[in-house]
Write a protein that binds this ligand. Structure first.
Ligand code: NAD
Length: 500
């Protein structure tokens, strides 16, 4: 029997009332295992209303109350890592160890939220003028919304809501309709941890649900993570509706390999970062730029390693890489490889047509490696979001940096070198939000923030870290005078107040 994934509104399951459902497929078998309710405008309104009602008390709750619930939630999330990872593998397809990795990185943000007391400490200046003190405090916004992508169904929501609710907001999540179950499990765990009803709500669905959140007058801020065209749309629409918005988009992450780099380490890193999670990561390395004469040797080392990757169902502990999310996406990824030679690329490995015995209906594709990729090739221009690595050649460091900086994306980037001076220069000159020095996927820890530049992020705030606290709160500055009884009366003074 097909499972049904329903909404979570006001602390309980809310069965889909719109009559519209979407299919959820196991990418390893191609079988539709679940159907997910798609919210109507009325259902989104019900979730926002529940969040608004809950904000009346949650917004006034003490830091001690909020953090004690978050500590309990952290323990529950830790205890249910395996179960959540299994849900992710069943709907997303990534291998179990990779799914466990995303839960672990999500937990880091819960750690941060448990310590929100430190982040929310205000500032006080005493005696800024005679007997005048000034304090700066930060207060929650109210109801905030999160809209998240398929590729990290647990981690990306966890980038958002722990900080939002720790700051005193209430939350409505619209997770990806392709793998919705992890979000519901998280909602159940929050409830078990003692989170009051309505503080965290989940509505599933498509553009109908998203558009309602973007226009709803009671939604004060929107956090979005997904592809660049939708990120741009979310930023424009939510901003036009007067909301605070951060919209993280897609990527084309480059790895610059200088001639002095440890080529074995660079090849290991390139293969792990390009093909991990079948390339369906916004921080995947999808372009290697080989500088000077190292290109041929580097490509050979990448090829040797890439050919050994074991592809199979995510539930098989022997698998290192699983299938792609949908058949349509698999076919799109394959089309870039099929067209590569005609665009001037050297096809070193062609993963199209790959299948796994006994799982022929799964969304499989093998490893592809393209060398001497021209910058005009579609395989280089587009975010492919699959296991396809492009290698480009540059004569010098300067040429490599210019090539990377010409990309419209600016999410993550990495340099591989033994030269500290070159690495330092790269950090300062490269136009990307996250930089790795001999680290291929520089996803920042929870207490630093995550975010790209250019078409990889629309809005002023990165996600989590100090930026997260800032995004989910607004500032207030209080100026106080307690006159001394001995003071002479100030009298009327229409001049602009000066401090003395
Ligand atoms: P997507 O943009 O298709 O979908 C993201 C969310 O937007 C989903 O919840 C989806 O239901 C909703 N959505 C889709 N089309 C919409 C529309 N027309 N109107 C309103 N809402 C819509 O992204 P995806 O395919 O789920 O995820 C992959 C993309 O996300 C990649 O581009 C990847 O780079 C990006 N991503 C970026 C980051 C980052 O931190 N920058 C992290 C993870 C994923």
């Amino acid at each position: 029997m097909t499972n049904i994934v329903n909404h979570w509104i006001g602390g309980k399951t809310a069965e889909g009332a719109s009559g519209t459902y979407g299919p959820v497929t196991n990418p390893a078998t191609g079988e539709v295992t679940t159907k997910v309710a798609f919210a109507s405008v009325d259902e989104v309104d019900a979730a926002v209303a529940a969040a608004k009602e809950a904000y009346l008390t949650w917004g006034q709750s003490s830091l001690a109350q909020r953090t004690s619930i978050l500590f309990k939630f952290r323990a529950l999330l830790d205890a249910h890592r395996d179960e959540i990872a299994e849900l992710i593998t069943a709907e997303h397809g990534k291998v179990h160890s990779d799914a466990l990795g995303e839960v672990a990185r999500g937990l880091e943000i819960v750690d941060l939220a448990c310590g929100i007391t430190v982040q929310l400490k205000g500032e006080l200046s005493t005696q800024v003028a005679t007997r005048v003190d000034v304090s700066s405090i930060r207060q929650p916004l109210g109801v905030v919304a999160g809209i998240t992508p398929f590729n990290f169904p647990a981690m990306v929501p966890l980038w958002m809501f722990p900080i939002a609710i720790a700051c005193g907001n209430t939350f409505v999540l619209k997770p990806s309709e392709k793998d919705p179950s992890a979000a519901v499990k998280v909602a159940e765990l929050l409830s078990e941890a003692g989170l009051p009803d309505g503080v965290f709500n989940v509505v599933h669905g498509d553009k109908v649900a998203v558009d309602r959140l973007l226009e709803h007058p009671d939604v004060k801020a929107v956090s979005f993570v997904g592809s660049t065209p939708i990120a741009r749309y979310i930023h424009t629409t939510a901003s036009a509706n007067g909301k605070r918005v951060q919209a993280l988009g897609g990527a084309k992450n480059h790895m610059l390999v200088l001639p002095d780099a440890d080529l074995d380490a660079a090849a290991d890193a390139a293969v792990s970062a390009a093909y991990g999670s079948a390339g369906e990561r916004c921080m995947a390395i999808s372009a290697v730029v080989a500088v000077g004469a190292v290109g041929d040797e580097l490509v050979e080392k990448i090829r040797e390693r890439a050919e050994k990757i074991k592809i199979g169902p995510g539930t098989d502990p022997a698998s290192e890489m699983g299938p792609l999310i949908t058949k349509a996406h698999r076919d799109k990824v394959a089309s870039y490889v099929a067209g590569a030679a005609a665009e001037g690329c050297e096809v070193v490995l062609d993963g199209t047509g790959y299948t796994v015995d006994g799982h022929e209906d799964g969304h499989w594709i093998g490893i592809s490696l393209l060398d001497r990729v021209p910058t005009g090739a579609k395989a280089y221009q587009d975010e492919i979001f699959g296991p396809v690595l492009c290698v480009l050649r540059a004569e010098t460091y300067e040429e490599g940096v210019a090539l990377i900086n010409a990309s419209p994306f600016g999410n993550g980037t990495a340099i591989f070198t033994r030269d500290g001076g070159a690495a330092r220069r790269f950090q300062l000159e490269i136009e990307a939000g996250m930089v790795g020095v001999n680290v291929p996927i520089p996803v920042p820890v929870g207490y630093h923030s995550f975010g790209g530049w250019k078409d990889s992020l629309f809005g002023d705030h990165h996600i989590y870290g100090n930026d997260g606290t800032h995004f989910y709160t607004r500032g207030k500055v209080v100026t106080t005078r307690w006159p001394d009884p001995a003071d002479a009366p100030a009298g009327v003074d229409l001049g602009f107040p000066r401090n003395h």
